[in-house]
Design a binder for this molecule. Structure first.
Ligand code: NAD
Ligand code: IPM
Ligand code: MN
Length: 373
């Protein structure tokens, strides 16, 4: 059937504010483009902890397993920083990623022309930028065992404790995310740059060997290069347009994608798609979320930029529902509104522009969408 089921988890801080603008887009597509969305909303993160004492209930997890796609706002905030590790808001997000097995996290960074002067880098470095970071999302040091904080009283350790996390990757985990990166590169400019630290880490050596294996055996026509991740991050800010697809692990991908946000003008611009294996209906397991967090410093003030969340929904249209034309139209609507100088606070920069609230930005984007052919 062509009904699209969505679980919306607005979360904490600015999460509900930016998600409200996505709901306007969903409602518009339902009313004017005949798309049939079955939308359920639920709690995640601190909001779930406040209601249920856990950052994600089993019932919510079961709903996430049953839908075509999850849309998530953001989780976390200072109020929850004191909680036990196991019930911190971030654990809810990580449980969703792990249990849905969303191993490929797509984080595109595009510099819209209207914002080329807003980056902390020079216009000539970022103008026209269009890169895609593919971050492994279900393994590596985020999930490796052993982990924990333990007593470590060897008589020569002031404080007497040790904190442990483990970087661990299997060849299968590397190969499947590498395949995603190569497939995506084939539809773009045909280049993958893989980043690790094979000079210091055995997991990095395996990463390099397995990505090369997938390349040589399955994608010989895609260009594959390898870089140490420290150099890679430097290259990303030195000359970002040298890249097409960047393939990297969970932790390096987290750092690289926040840095990439600044190439686009604001962290409030970066969307993401987290994809897993195909479900019975052929659609991939999927969750869509902005790269940014709950932004406690601006929450509740109508200042948040909803574009990252709206563009994440555009990715849902494209990757979960095969609605490529609607995704293109939504992205074009965002571009048009930016070209008109409409600006949330994070985008107020050299051109003056028209300052708007979160809700006004959403309204302007829906109006621009309606004006698209
Ligand atoms: P953050 O991304 O929330 O904020 C970093 C800076 O960017 C802040 O100054 C914020 O105001 C600004 N910013 C972020 N999104 C914006 C938007 N849409 N519009 C305008 N400005 C925006 O990162 P942080 O401050 O390091 O973390 C805050 C909380 O969010 C923490 O609890 C963290 O764990 C959590 N977090 C959650 C996610 C997620 O849910 N996916 C991602 C990152 C951080
Ligand atoms: C992100 C966030 C998360 C991560 C946190 C909130 C668990 O920073 O999605 O980039 O580290 O993956
Ligand atoms: Mn992050």
């Amino acid at each position: 059937s062509d009904r699209y089921s969505l679980l919306i988890l607005p979360g904490d801080g600015i999460g509900p504010e930016v998600m409200a603008e996505v709901v306007k887009v969903i409602d518009w597509l339902g009313a004017h483009r005949g798309m049939a969305f079955d939308v359920t909303q639920d709690l995640v993160g601190g909001a779930a902890y406040d209601a249920h004492g856990v950052p994600l209930t089993d019932a919510t997890m079961a709903k996430a397993q049953a839908v075509d796609a999850v849309l998530l706002g953001a989780v976390g905030g200072p109020k929850y920083d004191v909680l036990d590790f196991a019930v911190k808001p971030e654990r809810g997000l990580l449980r969703l990623r792990k249990e849905l097995d969303l191993f490929a996290n797509l984080r595109p960074a595009q510099c819209f022309d209207a914002l080329a002067d807003f980056s902390s880098l020079k216009r000539e470095v970022v103008a026209g930028l269009d890169i895609l970071i593919v971050r492994e999302l279900t393994s590596g040091v985020y999930f490796g065992e052993p982990r924990g904080i333990h007593a470590d009283d060897n008589g020569d350790n002031e404080g007497g404790r040790v904190g442990i996390n483990t970087q661990r990757y299997t060849s299968g985990e590397i190969r499947r995310v590498a395949r995603s990166a190569f497939e995506l590169a084939k539809k773009r400019r045909g280049k993958v740059c893989s980043m690790e630290k094979a000079n210091v880490m055995e997991s990095g050596i395996l990463w390099r060997e397995e990505t090369q294996w997938v390349h040589d055996n399955e994608f010989p026509d895609v260009e594959l290069t390898h870089m140490y991740a420290d150099n890679g991050l430097m290259q990303l800010v030195r000359q970002p347009r040298q890249f097409d697809v960047i393939l990297t692990d969970n932790l390096f991908g987290d750092l690289l994608s926040d840095a990439a946000a600044m190439l686009t003008g604001s962290l409030g611009m970066l969307p993401s798609a987290s994809l897993g294996a195909p479900m019975a209906n052929g659609r991939p397991r999927a969750m869509y979320e902005p790269v940014h967090g709950s932004a406690p410093d601006i929450a509740g003030q109508g200042k948040a930029n909803p574009i990252a969340c709206i563009l994440s929904f555009a990715m849902a249209l494209r990757y979960s529902f095969g609605e490529g034309a609607a995704a293109d139209a939504l992205e074009a609507a965002v571009e048009r509104v930016l070209a008109e100088g409409v600006r949330t606070a994070d985008l107020m920069g050299p051109d003056g522009g028209t300052p708007v609230s979160t809700a006004e930005m959403g309204d302007r984007i829906v109006a621009a969408l309606a004006a698209e052919a």
